[in-house]
Design a protein around this ligand. Sequence first.
Ligand SMILES: CC(C)(COP(=O)(O)OP(=O)(O)OC[C@H]1O[C@@H](n2cnc3c(N)ncnc32)[C@H](O)[C@@H]1OP(=O)(O)O)[C@@H](O)C(=O)NCCC(=O)NCCS
Length: 181
Amino acid sequence: MLPDVPDVRLAHTADLGADTLGAARALLHEVFAGDLDETDWEHALGGMHALAFDDGELVGHAAVVQRRLLHGGRALRCGYVEGVGVRPDRQRRGLGTALMAALGRILRGAYDLGALGATDEAVRLYEAGGWRRWEGPLSALTPAGVVATPDAAGAVYVLELAVPLDRAGELMCDWRDGDVW
Ligand SMILES: CC(C)(COP(=O)(O)OP(=O)(O)OC[C@H]1O[C@@H](n2cnc3c(N)ncnc32)[C@H](O)[C@@H]1OP(=O)(O)O)[C@@H](O)C(=O)NCCC(=O)NCCS
């Protein structure tokens, strides 16, 4: 018998079409049980999506978008992971791991580092994939200048790729509406 290989596809936002985008948004609303606002959804748009299907139905989603993260005197090209969710009845079957593996190829091939803001529930998944918690001070480059973001402490994870990172050092993100990390 063949192993149960998840059906994971990769596509840019521009190629998804309204139906698939609507299904992804509805899935994330279900997964985050009402704790997903419009800016959270918007943060997942404009890059590449990994989509897990079961019998043609969307059951998992993750996306990577480009941001600039300032670290060590450089504006690093970051693949920022957003909108990671697996439908509750399909969790703990390897779909989250498969979605992150699909994004991993994009991260390794296109970015200086990966970064994301993790929920407590997802930490084990990310750590198993080589992601590590940022230990140093976090801030954002806002329209009003540099603002410390201590609320994000402990929740930002990075995937070290082409550029060596000092995880005890400072990390600053670019500006966006909603949650900056
Ligand atoms: C976090 C999340 C995406 C993980 O998705 P998932 O599909 O359950 O992930 P996986 O199945 O790959 O791995 C989860 C666990 O199941 C285990 N697992 C994987 N396949 C398994 C199988 N066939 N049988 C039993 N366990 C299995 C993994 O080893 C892992 O175990 P661990 O937590 O003890 O390390 C999912 O729980 C989710 O959507 N959570 C709510 C939204 C959320 O928090 N998203 C993250 C935002 S940052």
